[in-house]
Design a binder for this molecule. Structure first.
Ligand SMILES: *Cc1c(COP(=O)(O)O)cnc(C)c1O
Length: 462
């Protein structure tokens, strides 16, 4: 019997408020409203402690790529725990699941990537990147190359280095971030910031911000550029097609490393194994997490290219960096079972050729709704930009974020989990979504838009 079956919801809520400090949460607001307590997951469906069912349009938190309740993973985890639940990878020791997972990752990554450094999360992966990149340049006798160029409104995690690499100003405001040695350039957010340029023109302009920043800082001081293929937490910002090829050109023309944060885009989300594959770019380092285990257990890592490995391994001494849970055998077993499902069910190709285009076609039609300024999607990640009036991009809602929150709450009420970013709704469902479930998802999203429209009229917001 699970705890949620033992205690009534009201008791759980009271205990939750009294003792549990939630991540990214306004504590007082939550205490007033009480949390929604999830008790069960099966496929793309979740059930809360009141018995209400939801279509999980966010795949947990961008991670449950194979859907909830997969016995293949829970069985693999139980078997591994019975055998060897934990051992570390320090001091010349290793374990079979971590070794096999490292080999599997080398197989599914492009030819120039053959190694992985394991850690416990996406944030730790980016802290690892931060240390490994600086170590790389000092080994090459270029210790002045220290600065990371990142992007405004990017997300790379919540630890000190990861939050600093990220470009979230509310996060920076709490605790004097970013730490020194990190600068942020414009994001390729055409809908919000493209002005009068066409998407293609704007993509080139935004990419060239990187070149201008390298020139401003001096190439001898720049270590790396880090970016998500598609910004997730920033609002599912799908860059114009011109953006990534220009970024890769700029990185090739200058002596800097390219770090592609695959924490969301990895493991099929965009219709390739990795976001870098979708955009045809060759990354030097790729942080991974989330879809690596589909969130069944926490695990992250950094995929390391041969170019970086050749320096860090061949020219380095001991790399004084690692985590107690690096290469955790049980987490690795979960990852292996998860990747086996993705392969067996052909989920990567399914996103590219089947469910991705199927959902995108229907999602795009939501763009005709009077409240929607843009309905974008790539692979199985998308957004609806809400607008007070059309033609879109001209006006924004006053009090940014208020309308998004209203829409998000109505979506939950309608039984579809979407998340709000500013005044947009974002979507990232499990890759196992069936056609019928996609139809239901779009029906619930359309109903949410109608309900939001009515609510805004009632409150005089449009
Ligand atoms: C979620 C996320 C992270 C941080 O991962 P955690 O496991 O929450 O530490 C890093 N980068 C991106 C792109 C993410 O979406």
């Amino acid at each position: 019997m699970t705890a949620s079956n033992v205690y009534p919801t009201a008791d759980l809520r009271a205990l939750d408020t009294a003792h549990y400090m939630h991540p990214f949460t306004d504590f007082k607001g939550l205490a007033k409203e009480g949390s929604r307590i999830m008790v069960k997951g099966e496929g793309v469906w979740l059930t809360d402690s009141d018995g209400k069912r939801y279509l999980d349009g966010m795949a947990g938190l961008w991670c449950t790529n194979v859907g909830h309740g997969r016995r293949e993973i829970t069985r693999a985890v139980a078997e591994q725990m019975d055998e060897l639940a934990y051992y570390n990878s320090f001091f010349k020791t290793s374990n079979a699941p971590a070794i096999r997972l490292a080999e599997k990752l080398a197989e599914i990554t492009p030819d120039h990537v053959n190694r992985v450094f394991f850690c416990g999360s996406g944030s730790e992966a980016n802290d690892t990147v931060f240390r490994m990149v600086r170590y790389y340049w000092s080994l090459l006798g270029k210790p002045s190359k220290k600065v990371f160029i990142s992007r405004k409104n990017g997300y790379h995690g919540s630890t000190v280095a990861a939050a600093s690499l990220g470009g979230m100003t509310p996060m920076h405001g709490q605790g004097d971030l970013p730490i020194p040695g990190i600068t942020h350039i414009a994001q390729p957010y055409w809908y919000g910031e493209g002005g009068d340029m066409s998407p293609d023109e704007f993509g080139i302009w935004a990419a060239r911000e990187l070149e201008r920043e390298i020139e401003r800082l001096g190439e001898a001081n720049v270590a790396a550029f880090i970016a998500e293929p598609i910004q997730g937490a920033g609002g599912v910002i799908i860059p114009p097609d011109t953006y990534w090829p220009e970024i890769r050109r700029i990185c090739d023309a200058h002596e800097i490393l390219l770090v592609v944060d695959e924490v969301i885009c990895g493991f099929g989300r965009t219709g390739s194994w990795f976001g870098a594959d979708t955009y045809g770019v060759k990354a030097d380092l790729q942080p991974i997490a989330k879809g690596l285990t589909s969130g069944y257990l926490p695990m992250g890592g950094v995929l390391v290219s041969d170019k970086v490995a050749a320096v860090v391994i061949d020219q380095g001494e001991e790399f004084f960096h690692g985590y107690t849970y690096s290469g955790h055998p049980t987490c690795a077993a979960a990852a292996l079972a998860n990747l086996a499902i993705i392969e067996k069910e052909g989920l990567v190709a399914r996103v590219r050729d089947d469910i991705g285009p199927y959902l995108k076609e229907r999602w795009s039609k939501l763009g005709d709704h009077p409240l929607v300024g843009e309905a974008r999607m790539k692979g199985l990640v998308g957004a609806l930009e809400l607008t007070p009036s059309k033609p879109a991009r001209r006006e924004k809602f006053a009090d940014e974020g208020k309308v998004g929150t209203i829409a998000r709450d109505l979506s939950f009420k309608n039984g579809l989990i979407m998340r709000a970013v500013r005044d947009s709704l974002i979507l990232s469902p499990p890759l196992t979504l069936t056609h019928e479930e996609a139809d239901e998802l779009v029906r619930l999203a359309a109903k949410t838009l109608d309900d939001t429209h009515a609510a805004l009229k009632r409150e005089g917001l449009i």
